[in-house]
Design a protein around this ligand. Sequence first.
Ligand code: PBG
Length: 328
Amino acid sequence: MGHFPATRMRRLRQSDWSRRLVQEETLSVNDLIWSVVVSDTADPVEPIVAMPGVERLSLKALTKAAKEAESLGIPAMAIFPHIDPAKKDANGSEAFNPDGLVPQAIKTIKDAAPNVGVICDVALDPFTTHGHDGVLDGERIINDETVACLVQQALMQAEAGCDVIAPSDMMDGRIGAIREALEGDGFQNTLILSYAAKYASAFYGPYREAIGSATALKGDKKTYQMNPANHAEALREVELDIAEGADMVMVKPGMPYLDIVKSLADHFAVPVFAFQVSGEYAMIEAAAANGWIDGERAMLESLTAFKRAGASGIVTYYAPRAAKVLGA
Ligand code: PBG
């Protein structure tokens, strides 16, 4: 270790060229996954009150977005559906409908932008009347019965052309069950991105408005999503999911959980992604709208922080905006 004055840390910071030369991490468009909310009632788009600047997209609007993603060089899009309440039921059976909104959205992106990767959430919450990610027995979310549904949902998505199956439901054993079913049905090349460390978080609030499950949700998700106070448990979750066949893992939410991103990146030789969730987006946008922070700088700083923590990439509602700034 050096000592002052022989060592002056500010020497390297004194000019733009030297700061650029010693910069450790660089955020690029290749790090971005664009999370999009699709809806069969939007015409062509519908605002989401708690997420200014983000809209629910009709399939027509999704075509345009997919082309934009491709031209900006965004590698992949993640689809989240807003389902017509009339199609929801207690078991979320619309989740397996091969003619449903999600398979249509997959095909829409693939037709518009064949080089953009398509990622789909596996979980029942957009499709259930009660807003939970699984099937209920009384008040309890029943694990193994839910896994059987998730397998069906994942196979339908793979069949529709989805590249990456991303289970976000936090049921035990679902990665292994989905991997086995994919192998058995000839989908050896379908990737699995497991939401392995997903916390029961207040930061999902605006998303639940976005997909229309906010008013539906009874209770909370603490019996399946992780306790925000836990760290070691995230390592166990990831170890299991890798053993069961996950190609990549996700930490969610993002910014309040950078320590988890860092730990996972240090411990496992598997790509780790972070999800900058709806509440994180809403906080930055709300403060920026009030003139309390510089929104664009906060966006870039938050995304760069994920890279510094060791993330291979970030799922973010900011993807197109960040890509434009980065490409400029
Ligand atoms: C649920 C799911 C959630 C999000 C994505 N998939 C929320 C939840 O668990 O209730 C949140 C995304 C966001 O907040 O941006 N399967």
